[in-house]
Every structure is written in C-alpha cells, then in structure tokens.
Design a protein around this ligand. Sequence first.
Ligand SMILES: [Zn+2]
Length: 303
Amino acid sequence: MAVTRRGLLQGAAAASCMPVLPLWAGIDVGTMRIDTLSDGHLTLPADFIFGPMPQDAIAPIRVAHGLTGDTLTSPCTVTLMRRADQVVLFDAGAGSGFQPTVGALVDALAGLDIAPEDVTHVVFTHAHPDHIWGVLDDFDDPLFTDAAHLIGRVEFDYWMDPTTADTIGADRQAFAVGAQRRLEALADRLAFFEDGAEILPGVAAVASHGHTPGHMSFELRDGSNSLMVLGDAIGNGHVAFARPDLPSGSDQDPEAAIDTRQRLFDLITAEQMQIVGFHFPEGGLGRAEAHGDGFVFIPETAG
Ligand SMILES: [Zn+2]
C-alpha cells in the first residue's frame, strides 16, 4: 500500500488525538467477563502518599519502583463486568473537571463498542473525585442515562453530611463539595447497600473502610472462580503491597486503612483470588503474592 504524505499527516494527527487504548488482558470469572478500562492517570505530589511514612523504610521501595521524584503518576482503571444483559461499571472515572489527564472512560468504553446508555449498573467503591466525578456529562446531567447507581449507605451518609466539608480538612474540601453535588444529581437513580449485601447475583459488598469512611470492595464469585474489585482499599502497586502496615497519606483514616489492607491481603492470598485495583499498574488486574515481609503485585498481562 502506498503511503502518502497526506495520509501520514492525517495518521499523525489522528494518533495525537486518539485516546490511548492499551490492550489489557480481560478474564472470565465463570460467566462474568471482566475487562479493565483506562480513565487516564493522575499526577500527585509524592508526599500525598509517602508523607506520613518512615522515609528510611520506604526508600528502597521507592528506588525499586522508580518513584524517587517529587511527583507520582497514578494510573486510573475502571472495572467493567459483563454478563448476559448486564453491563456493570465499578466506579465512573473522573470526568472532565478534575485533572486534564483523566476522563478517558467514555473513549475506552467505545473501544469495546459500549455507549454510556448501554451501561446497566454503576457501582461505587467510594466518592472521591477520580471515582465518581465522571457520572455527570459536561452539562451536569447523568451520563449513564439508563443505569442504576449503587453506593454503600455509610459512604453516602458521610458525603451528604453537611458537616463533612468543614471537618474533612482544607486539602479535601473540594472532594466533599464535588461528591455532594454529584450524589444530589443522581438522587432519583441511587440505590443503597450495606456490608455483606449481594448487590447483584454473585457480587457481594465487602466493607473496606479507611481510605474513606464507607469505602466498599466487591467480591465477584461464580462457582470456584472469584475476583475482588478492591477500589482504593489497596491503593497502589508499590508501597501498599510491600508495606501494607504503613500509614498512607492518601487514606482519610490511615489506621483503619491499615487494618483493612491486612484483612484483604489475608483473604485474597488465602483464597488465591484474582484482584483488580483502581490505581494498580498495567491494567490493574492480577493477583497478590507474598514477598518478604509484604506482598508483590503480579499483573495479568495481555500476552
Ligand atoms: Zn482513587
């Protein structure tokens, strides 16, 4: 095929505008098809995570993962579950109003020929901006027009509490205002659940509080196959694995988050569960393996 200058220029222009759609590996959990979708990535001050940790203890981990700079790049990955006529998103990404490098979820869905109106359920792990701000379109209308939206009752009550904006701390005040605005916009399409509830057949809510007061993870099970959608309960693929016992600056209640991480690592390693983390590298899907005093993330790659 002849390559023309015009074609090259068009190709280059198209390439520069195209969202990056990495070919992550999807897996089947029994009759459930699981794919992970990139919403983009966040750029964070490194101290947002590392600040409260003993610096000498984490120095070798930072070196091993190439994280010695002042900023961190944190991938954002939404989990999609499809089964029969169900199209279920776990979290909704950040939308267009948070950081310029996130908000790619709709493009990632289009890569699988899924339009926002095809989504039947949006299930929230928690209401931080990178997880919930994507529920509204640029006109502030619900984006997933035909979907039921499900959120843990404790998490909903926390963000809707009028005192939260004053008690959460100045650096997260915008989180509170933003969450409340979106939950109010979704009011007539929200459903609530408690810890242990089977929110869909084979999908159980697992309380994993600490990152936020009502954070929820989800155990997907079909026969002997299982997968845990962790959200931010295990918040990255580096220190959260290597030293789950250390307090992270990204967690609103660091001590509760440590207890949650240790309980989850016990569960997912004992049962050899597949896992997906919202801020894990390489598509977010994989498993945890014991390593030294902690764990290591083994990604499921596209092969
Ligand atoms: Zn997050």
